[in-house]
Design a binder for this molecule. Structure first.
Ligand SMILES: [Zn+2]
Length: 803
């Protein structure tokens, strides 16, 4: 069993106007060798002078990294020869760096960790070598530009952590305005120190992997190096202390040279630069330069504005976006809708027009105005999107556009009622058919009214008025079978019941409006026989009903055994429906002595008619949350919600806008593909890990692994070990999501082997049950465009589902 230790040395190019010890321009992309002078070229007899702006930036970063700031800092010469170093020495800091002993907090897969910063020091950069065929060209423009080196302690263990650390650091230096963080241009690059040893033996030999210039390379190079060193140790060998390079074409590290120790550099103080001693005025400037850092801002956004983690991440990634958001909210916009619009529609227009938030046509004031008009119901969402487009095209205020175009919403019920009357009068046969029971035609009527008002009518208001004028409150019942709508046949089997007979028993017709059974489905499917096709049909039908506004509420009948799956599936796909969606089940069929079917159906219909929009489950006459549902036949209620104290909650929807109904075939294929590549595995003593590896080869891409309790499983080296499963999973790009067999929250923080599960890349699903986690996985993998997106959505909000 091996432990790995990772430290990073991050080089950040400071955004000063001139170089650190001379007055040459410090800029990327100029004509080669145009920004040079005798000082940075190291001519004899020249004198360096310290660029005070560079040292200010250095101190600001050290401060932001919680370092102890040097009261006196010294520059030293680091002596070595290399073609890109014309002076044969580099001015750097060795004995007294400007900052020491800092820290940064990071979090990966729910594990929080403090990464200690050993030091922050300022040095000059070297030139650039350009290899072209047989010759090497030298560009000294970069020679002498200020470089801030941030060195961590070996506190990280896996490549993903280093990636998180680096992303966080990049965001920080960009917030502070001291580095542009452009990794492609090399303004942020890093070396990784990787050391692997037997568990408990401390650090092993240190291998340095040089010049990693993308997040992906950092992650991959470290993972490769940990693997390589572990294998050497496994074979009984010893790891050579050396410097290696990442070969991005072959995905391997390659030996470069054995590592020099610091004594090889013969450091000595730079005789031409006095020690820098910061005075109080300087330190006051450092304090003044500090801004609220991204992590702190993210935490504040979560608390102050009640955003989802995903929204807070998006807003705080760039300081300009976060500033813009706060200004919009200060000007009166609702934080949630501002965040929603910035991440979706506004971002789309920015990408399309290639413009940025600051200085573009959409000022915070204009966005606040637009959202305000929507909140005041003067325009509805569809019109708001059109207005936004016009703001970008014509650079005008939203209100002016609305007035100019006559787009203001018609919200006066009398005015709308007149339109409804006119449309109904013009379509007598349609109205007659609706009254006769064909509720699907309501969609047509609503469409006509929208047309007649040029889309200015508020859709939900129109729906309400139409239903009222037709005296229709429609409860749509979709059936996925279940005893609740079944009957017992002469042979004693449960078969489909008679809808009209059931409705007669429910006696709700009229009291809650019209009740419409979806034809031909009642009781046909046994809950334990549900296939992806059945789900696809149900979900597409549901989507269509929700979008059309035909029904004022929807009831889905279902069997008990698999209700936990369908209920959470519906929840993940319809987190914010416009009408109540109620899944209902019962233990026995209607009409039987003491049956709970009719009371449950009655409660379900009442909930569909009267509750606020959302997803609900009804069983035994009681209302439950669709998430974390547990069926226990022996308990009085039959069902309960595991780990949930509020009926239903997550931090925002998985997907902002998912149109399911458009193409049923596509929906079926997506669900089928996602379900077919997913397996739920319950860990038990004697379970062979190698069987799971075989399943990976047969196309399983995702596992939901149900662990004993908060993260325990067999990791000893044997065929039963999960370690082999994780290694194979990483190799084959398979993901393992973990839930608990017991009533525990899986975050890998408490048990011994949970740390190892975490290190091997398992993803904890927080407080979700296996069923809810699995349906989340199905939805995320069916509807994410990329694997990264799928993983990000899977981790989103798991801890908060508990509340
Ligand atoms: Zn110069």
């Amino acid at each position: 069993m091996y432990a790995s230790f990772l430290g990073l040395e991050v080089h950040t190019q400071l955004l000063t106007r001139t170089k650190v010890f001379c007055g040459c321009r410090a800029a990327f992309g100029d004509e080669p060798n145009t920004n040079v002078c005798p000082v940075c070229m190291g001519y004899p007899g020249v004198l360096p002078t310290l660029n005070i702006e560079a040292i200010r930036m250095g101190y600001v970063v050290a401060r932001a990294l919680n370092c102890t700031l040097a009261t006196s800092t010294l520059f030293e010469r680091k002596n070595y020869f290399y073609p890109d170093l014309p002076k044969n020495y580099q001015i750097s800091q060795f004995r007294s760096p400007l900052g020491t002993d800092g820290w940064v907090d990071i979090e990966l897969r729910k594990r929080k960790k403090r990464v200690r910063i050993r030091e922050v020091h300022l040095e000059e950069d070297a030139g650039k070598m350009i290899h072209a065929g047989d010759i090497t060209l030298l560009d000294f423009n970069r020679t002498g530009t200020p470089l801030l080196e941030i060195v961590t302690q070996p506190d990280m263990e896996v490549g993903e952590e280093a990636e998180v650390f680096l992303q966080q650091l990049r965001r920080m230096v960009r917030y502070l305005g001291v580095c542009d963080g452009n990794m492609e241009e090399g303004s942020l690059r890093c070396d990784a120190n990787v050391s692997v040893n037997l568990e408990g033996k401390g650090l092993g030999s240190k291998v340095e992997v040089k010049n990693l210039n993308s997040f992906k390379f950092v992650r991959k190079a470290i993972a490769y190096e940990i693997e390589r060193q572990s294998e050497i140790l496994e074979r009984g060998g010893s790891v050579t202390q050396e410097t290696r390079l990442w070969n991005e074409n072959r995905d391997v590290t390659e030996g470069m040279r054995t590592k020099e120790s610091s004594s090889d550099y013969r450091y000595f103080p730079e005789p031409d630069l006095p020690p820098f001693v910061p005075d109080e005025a300087f330190l006051a400037r450092i304090d003044a330069s500090l801004v609220e850092l991204p992590q702190a801002r993210r935490t504040r956004f979560l608390e102050q504005f009640h955003l989802s983690e995903e929204q807070a991440d998006f807003l705080c990634d760039e300081r300009a976006t976060a500033d813009y958001f706060e200004e919009t909210v200060r000007l009166g916009a609702d934080p949630q809708s501002a965040a929603l619009w910035l991440a979706a529609d506004v971002k789309k227009h920015l990408n399309r027009t290639g413009s940025s938030l600051s200085g573009g046509p959409l000022s915070p004031g204009r966005l606040a105005e637009l959202l305000g008009l929507m909140a005041a119901k003067r325009i509805h969402g569809k019109i708001a999107k059109a207005v936004l487009e016009k703001v970008f095209e014509e650079n005008k205020d939203p209100l002016a556009i609305i007035q100019e175009k006559g787009w203001e919403q018609i919200t006066d019920p009398t005015a709308l009622g007149a339109h409804v009357d006119a449309v109904m009068k013009a379509n007598p046969s349609i109205v007659a058919s609706i009254r006769a029971g064909d509720s699907r035609l309501i969609t047509f009527l609503i469409g006509e009214i929208m047309k007649k008002t040029s889309g200015r009518a508020e859709p939900e208001l129109v729906q309400g008025i139409v239903r009222k004028k037709l005296s229709l409150s429609v409860i749509q019942i979709l059936s996925l079978g279940g005893a609740i709508v079944g009957r017992v046949s002469d042979q004693g089997d449960v078969v489909a019941g008679d809808p009209s007979e059931i409705l007669r028993l429910v006696e709700a017709e009229g009291r809650f409006g019209r009740i419409v059974f979806e034809e031909g489905e009642v009781g046909r499917i046994l809950s334990e026989e549900i296939t992806p096709q059945d789900w696809a049909r149900l979900l597409a039908g549901l989507d269509e009903h929700v979008r059309s506004g035909r029904a004022s509420g929807i009831v889905i009948t279902h069997g008990t055994d698999t209700l936990a799956y369908t209920a959470s599936l519906v929840f993940w796909l319809f987190p914010q429906p416009t009408v109540p969606i109620v899944l209902a089940a019962s233990l026995s069929t209607p009409g039987r002595e003491g049956s709970d079917a009719i009371p449950s159906l009655r409660t379900a219909i009442q909930t569909a008619a009267e509750a606020s929009p959302g997803v609900y489950v009804v069983f035994g006459g009681k209302v439950f949350s669709p998430l974390n549902l547990k069926f226990e036949r022996m308990t009085a209620d039959g069902f309960r919600n595991w780990n949930l104290t509020t009926p239903c909650h997550t931090t925002g929807p998985l997907f902002e806008d998912l149109s399911l109904g458009a193409d049923r075939e596509k929906l079926r294929t997506r669900l089928e593909t996602a379900i077919n590549s997913t397996l739920i595995i319950r860990v038990y003593p004697g379970m062979r890990g190698d069987h799971l590896v075989e399943l990976m080869d047969r196309g399983v891409k995702n596992f939901v692994l149900e662990l004993y309790d908060t993260g325990t499983a067999n990791l000893r080296d044997s065929p039963y070990s999960l370690r082999r499963v994780f290694l194979a999973a990483r190799e084959k790009g398979v993901h393992v999501f973990c839930t608990s067999q017991q009533e525990g929250i899986v975050d890998f923080s408490s048990y011994a082997s949970s740390h190892e599960l975490w290190r091997e890349g398992a993803i904890p699903m927080g407080s979700l049950t296996t069923e809810s986690a699995w349906t989340k996985l199905v939805v995320c993998s069916a509807f994410s465009e990329t694997e990264e997106e799928m993983l990000a959505r899977m981790e989103q909000g798991n801890a908060d589902a508990r509340l």
